[in-house]
Design a protein around this ligand. Structure first.
Ligand code: MN
Length: 205
């Protein structure tokens, strides 16, 4: 059975400073992300035991736990790649064209995604995702790690709005975290993710 594992950061803990502090990155990656990896593996083990015993009394709880932890692991794995010490600015090429086509302008997409981050109630994420049925980009406001998303959408760019993502550095000023994220956003990473998923075909028939 595939075991999930914590990916190495593609840069040092301090590489994103001053926008994202070493303390904040270390806590977030080494502790919080690691907990989702452990949770996913533990849940898979419990599911295997349930199948072995043919005892599905807690299946509802285990399926919720599986969605929560796998989604947490997926989103955090993306998050680290979506940031770069050389990030910031605006995308160009294929990604810039797709954003203009589906949102009208880069500023329109950035405004919607920023607001999706800031208006999320409780713990959640703002994401730029690919919707493979209509083959278009969408902004989604994700609750926890797995709620309020369209089935089949593939996240390309994710911004973590759980308090643990920013509180050590920005306290209650989450707008400062969103502003900081735009200064380290890794557009080449988002561009190559878009190129990978564009060929997905969920058309009916
Ligand atoms: Mn997080």
């Amino acid at each position: 059975m595939t075991k999930y594992s914590l990916p190495e950061l593609p840069y040092d803990h301090a590489a994103l400073e001053p926008h994202y502090s070493a303390e904040q990155v270390e806590l977030h990656h080494d502790k919080h992300h690691a907990a989702y990896v452990t949770g996913a593996n533990t849940t898979l083990e419990k599911l295997a035991q349930a199948r072995e015993k043919a005892d599905f009394a807690t299946l509802n709880q285990l399926e919720k736990s599986l969605a929560f932890h796998i989604s947490g692991h997926v989103l955090h794995s993306l998050l680290w790649r979506n940031m770069s010490p050389k990030g910031g600015g605006e995308p160009d090429g294929e990604l810039a064209a797709a954003i203009k086509e589906h949102f009208g302008s880069f500023a329109g997409m950035k405004g919607q995604l920023s607001e999706a981050c800031l208006s999320a109630q409780g713990s959640g994420w703002g994401t730029l995702a690919w919707e493979p049925l209509a083959k278009r980009l969408v902004v989604e406001q994700v609750y926890d790690h797995q709620g309020n998303i369209g089935n089949g959408t593939v996240p390309l760019l994710v911004i973590d709005m759980w308090e643990h993502a920013y509180y050590a550095q920005y306290r209650n000023e989450k707008a400062k975290w969103v502003e900081a994220f735009w200064k380290v956003v890794n557009w080449p990473d988002v561009t190559q993710r878009l190129a990978k998923v564009r060929g997905l075909d969920l058309s009916l028939g």
